[in-house]
Ligand binder design. Structure first.
Ligand code: GLA
Length: 391
């Protein structure tokens, strides 16, 4: 957590909304996924962790029904004002839709805000990096509402409500992973989540003498209206076919062997590849978590590499920039594993790097990326942090 962001957001609140007496400050984290990609909406497992970067808020209830929003990061748009009577699912098209979407999703569940709200936010997740800035805003909003309006919901509910807002208010058909990672984050632990049941378990990420390095391609990715929805459709097509021949409910129910036995029922080779990724990636995640629990980071790293290959070749959600980062990372001695993380088509990679190799990693990968791609990537040595909190 970076307390200068708390000061920043408080100052912004005072400037935009007047007096800051009675204002409370909050934080909710972004996330990085270690393994288990594009498995969440396939009824599989994911293994993300919350970061110490995220979104900060300063908020205070009002006496009327007005809603006023301000983002320090998007200062140009100024204060955006609306009211509790003006929620427009799938029509609001600016950043406030993440907050309004959460208010709307609460209201849908019978949690009515009796009065309006002034809220300023300020984030330190690089924009468009695929580290879930939007999920962090949704979880932050849910957490603020629970605190200020006394809504009786759990942190798991905050994830579900955040996903509902994203799917049905903002129009992005994401799975549960990002919101769950943010709302359930735990310092130094990754979350082993079964997305079919929402059963979860924390697993300590003990990296003795190693660091988690996130590398940003600085290529903006855009999920809404992109190939993400195509992948969901293709996965669903495969699921239906395999449900009829193999009696499964989700692709996450299949072992690799059973998939191989039944895969020829899927006639479209592209759809078959998509299903292969979803099945193998889920099983890879189970193996990877077992390896991590046994302290076998080498195996964990190799499975991260295999995850990238599968995302690149079978699920086809990587891109040249991500592939360059990963290929160059694999060449550096002291790198245990490296893969794209998140939705893909841009955003970041995640790598496990020995302490003594981190400087070389930055230098070698950084130079090669500039030569091959033509602009710079950015490195963040990240720490695993807690979920949402009052600060
Ligand atoms: C995005 C979505 C998640 C998940 C990942 C891919 O981050 O928001 O729900 O599907 O892509 O693993």
């Amino acid at each position: 957590m970076d307390l200068s962001f708390k000061e920043g957001v408080l100052k912004a609140f005072e400037e935009k909304f007047g007096a800051s007496d009675g204002v409370k400050c909050y934080f909710a984290p972004g996330r990085v996924n270690l393994i288990g990609e594009h498995t969440d909406y396939n009824g599989g497992h994911v293994f993300p962790c919350a970061l110490t970067i995220g979104t900060y808020a300063a908020a205070k209830k009002r006496d009327d029904r007005k809603l006023r929003f301000y983002s320090v990061n998007l200062d140009k748009t100024g204060v955006i004002e609306t009211s509790l009577d003006e929620f427009k699912p799938l029509k609001d098209d600016n950043w406030t839709s993440y907050l309004k979407g959460v208010m709307w999703a609460f209201e849908k569940r019978g949690f009515k805000m009796d009065r309006g709200l002034d809220i300023a936010i300020y984030g330190n997740i690089p924009n468009g990096s695929g580290l879930s800035s939007s999920a962090s805003i949704e979880v932050l909003t849910g957490f603020v509402l629970r605190d200020l309006y006394g809504f009786d919901v759990t942190n798991v509910d905050l994830a579900v409500i955040g996903q509902d807002a994203e799917n049905n208010y903002c129009g992005m058909n994401c799975g549960i992973m990002d919101q769950f990672a943010s709302s359930m984050g735990k310092k130094d632990n990754a979350i082993f989540l079964d997305c079919a049941t929402l059963n979860y378990e924390y697993a300590p990420v003990v990296l003795n003498g190693m660091k988690l390095v996130v590398t940003n391609t600085n290529k903006k990715h855009k999920l809404v209206g992109s190939a993400y929805n195509d992948r969901r459709r293709e996965s669903e097509e495969a699921r239906k076919i395999l449900a009829s021949v193999a009696g499964i409910k989700t692709l996450g129910d299949l072992s690799n062997e059973d998939f191989e036995k039944h895969k020829d029922a899927i006639k479209d080779p592209v759809v078959q590849k998509r299903a292969k990724h979803a099945v193998y990636e889920n099983n890879r995640t189970l193996t990877a978590v077992a390896a991590l629990k046994a302290g076998d980071i080498e195996t964990f790293g190799k499975l991260m590499n295999a995850s990238h290959v599968s995302l690149r070749d079978d699920f086809e959600v990587s891109c040249e920039e991500l592939d360059v980062l990963v290929e160059e990372a694999w060449k550096v001695p002291g790198v245990l594993g490296s893969r794209m993380t998140g939705g893909g088509f841009g955003g970041c990679t995640v790598s496990i790097v020995k302490d003594e190799a981190v400087e070389d990693f930055k230098k070698l990968v950084g130079e090669a990326y500039r030569n091959r791609v033509g602009y710079d990537c950015t490195f963040y040595v990240v720490s695993i942090g807690d979920g949402p909190q009052v600060i």
